[in-house]
Design a binder for this molecule. Structure first.
Ligand code: SF4
Length: 440
């Protein structure tokens, strides 16, 4: 039984690092605390509770988490400090030792916050609760409104893949998911709240269904039928799990947008083997060809990691040539970062930071070229855009179905509205196409 009087009139501050999944989980924590009577701090106020949701994707991410905790402890003296997220799960002891931290909650515990909060009395030393990753079985549902118009619906968590460079399976546990019925219900609530666009998030989304005996394809079809939701985007899906039937369904679906985000990670088959990825370049090329054959104008974003152990200059050149040959729209380029406990550390060949930087610059330039060409070929066309709330005095932005960023003059009260536009030339900084509104 929770003693809710402890929380009455308390104020909390939330700080999230990392991925969309973390943002959506922080908002679930905020919702739980709000229901107990805790409101979010206003500007300039001191918080009674600080919640930090951490990331651990790289060493730099760990460092940023520690800095964020130090800063919050300093800005909100005496506040009860809770740290959760991947860094908390991977190194609970280390996080509990940070000055000012009271409570560390692992992946399994963060959904049961009230079991651990107690009376919010500050501790001499932080207390950590984090189950072994193999014991993490529960799926904590979460759905949040992003800063802008989109909602993020977590459909899956954890990963069973164990790619050689990745710590996520250790931080988030085994693959698990919500049921289709529960997720459809959450989508209905978003629609009732006025939401029009939902981004499906997860760690390895295509693996959806492990715990409920369902499939990602079934989920896609069920969500597509939810009235009021006009747009869905799939945040990222492994190429080997992006089946032809999903691609064909997206091509004819009511609300799944012509927009894919697929992690390639390397365009060299040798490096893919070292990474222990579950596909090769020919499978990846076939997926892109399949998408293009049924949705020629789809936006295709691709993740690439540069400078992984074992990526010799020759392998990188192979990768570059392969990526250059792909008809994709944008590259998300990440520099490899060593993670303790990963199999990749057994590979001898190490890429220097300078070389990583040079490779990353080349791929970013290639990405710019591809994105610009994609945008350029849409000039003069009509499109439907979902407008987002503008900053005061700034133009409005939004995205077309195939994820082209559009800029138009601001109209009060037009955020979250779907409008038909004619796409014009690039805006001043080249980050969007200017558009004139045809009808609203
Ligand atoms: S698929 Fe590989 S890279 Fe992605 S979360 Fe799982 S282990 Fe990590």
């Amino acid at each position: 039984m929770i003693d809710t009087t402890v929380f009455l009139d308390k104020k909390a501050v939330y700080y999230t690092l990392g991925c969309k999944l973390n943002f959506s989980e922080t908002s679930t924590i905020a919702k739980m605390l709000k229901e107990a009577g805790v409101r979010t701090v206003r500007k300039g106020e001191k918080a009674d509770i600080c919640v930090v949701n951490t990331c651990s994707v790289t060493e730099t991410a760990d460092k940023k988490c520690r800095q964020a905790i130090h800063k919050l402890v300093k800005e909100h003296p005496g506040a009860f400090v809770i740290v959760t997220g991947c860094y908390a799960q991977l190194k609970p002891g280390q996080v509990a030792d940070i000055e000012g931290v009271d409570l560390v909650l692992g992946a399994e515990q963060k959904g049961h916050l009230f079991d651990y909060l107690g009376t919010l009395e500050k501790k001499e030393k932080g207390v950590a609760h984090a189950s072994a990753t193999t014991d993490i079985r529960t799926f904590s549902p979460s759905c949040s409104r992003g800063d802008r118009t989109r909602y993020f619906l977590k459909v899956q968590d954890g990963c069973d893949y164990f790619c050689s460079y990745c710590t996520i399976p250790f931080a988030r546990g085994r693959s698990r998911n919500g049921s289709i019925d529960e997720l459809v219900e959450q989508a209905r609530k978003v629609a009732a709240d006025g939401g029009k666009e939902i981004v499906l998030t997860g760690v390895n989304i295509g693996d959806f269904g492990k715990t409920t005996g369902e499939t990602f394809f079934d989920l896609v079809k069920a969500l597509d039928r939810v009235e009021g939701i006009e747009r869905y985007r799939i945040s990222s899906i492994e190429p080997n799990l992006l089946t032809d039937e999903i691609i064909e369904y997206v091509a004819r679906s009511r609300a799944f947008m012509p927009h894919f985000h697929i992690p390639l990670q390397s365009g060299s088959d040798e490096v893919l083997k070292l990474m222990r990825r579950r596909y090769d370049t020919s499978l990846f090329a076939a997926k892109i060809a399949k998408i293009r054959s049924v949705i020629p104008d789809a936006f295709i974003g691709v993740d690439v990691i540069v400078g992984t152990r074992g990526e010799t200059p020759e392998f990188f050149e192979d990768a570059y040539r392969f990526i250059d040959s792909l008809d994709v729209t944008q590259l998300h380029v990440f520099s490899y970062s060593e993670r303790p406990g990963t199999q990749a550390l057994k590979i001898d060949y190490v890429v220097t930071p300078e070389e990583k930087h040079a490779r990353s610059q080349r791929l970013l330039a290639l990405s710019d070229e591809k994105t610009r060409a994609f945008y350029a070929r849409h000039r003069g066309q009509e499109a439907v855009v979902l407008l987002e709330k503008p900053k005061p005095g700034m133009p409005m932005h939004g995205f077309t179905a195939n994820y082209i960023r559009v800029e138009t003059e601001a109209h009060p009260d037009w955020d979250n509205r779907l409008v038909r536009v004619q796409l014009g030339d690039f805006n001043e900084d080249g980050t969007a196409l200017k558009a004139s509104i045809q009808d609203a």
